[in-house]
Design a binder for this molecule. Structure first.
Ligand code: MN
Length: 162
């Protein structure tokens, strides 16, 4: 099992979303997860693949200036070590050891730009939980994204997506 790192950034762009980034080789493979990850194995979360990012992108917390929609605020919602168990076309299974996310997860492609993120049923699974609501703050700074967004108001007429 290859050792690597992962980060989940909460990003206030056109729609509020989470960016799940997992190091595979020398890059961060990335998916935008609108509703964020869950520790409930019964919850399937849409994960839209986005281009690989360089490793440094996983350390960014702050405000992306000049973003056309949203405040551009980014917090490091979770991070830690990752182990890649299986990496094949259309499927990635991995374990995470973060502050909030632990245990096994799977990402499976179900469409052209559509993957599904699920928690594996293991001892770290927490059926019925909502980790995104329970622990909204940055694991680095303790801040919530709205604190970074202060002074960087949303563009008119935009609201976070579900
Ligand atoms: Mn993003």
């Amino acid at each position: 099992m290859a050792a690597s790192r992962f980060v989940v950034q909460l990003h206030d762009a056109t729609a509020l979303h989470f960016d799940l980034r997992i190091q595979v080789g020398g890059v961060l493979r990335s998916w935008a997860v609108p509703k964020g990850p869950s520790l409930d194995p019964g919850v399937r979360r849409l994960a839209v693949p986005v281009p690989d990012h360089d490793l440094a992108a996983g350390d960014f917390e702050g405000v992306h200036e000049g973003q056309p929609r949203g405040s551009g605020a980014v917090i490091i919602w979770d991070e830690g070590s990752a182990g890649i168990i299986r990496d094949e076309p259309g499927h990635l299974s991995f374990t995470l050891r973060g502050h909030k996310l632990t245990g096994g997860f799977g990402l499976t492609r179900t469409g052209e730009r559509r993957w599904i993120l699920v928690k594996v049923r293991d001892e770290h699974a927490r059926p019925g939980s909502d980790i995104v609501a329970e622990q909204p703050a940055s694991v680095r700074s303790g801040r919530i994204w709205q604190e970074l967004a202060d002074g960087h108001p949303r563009a008119a007429g935009t609201e976070p997506a579900e």
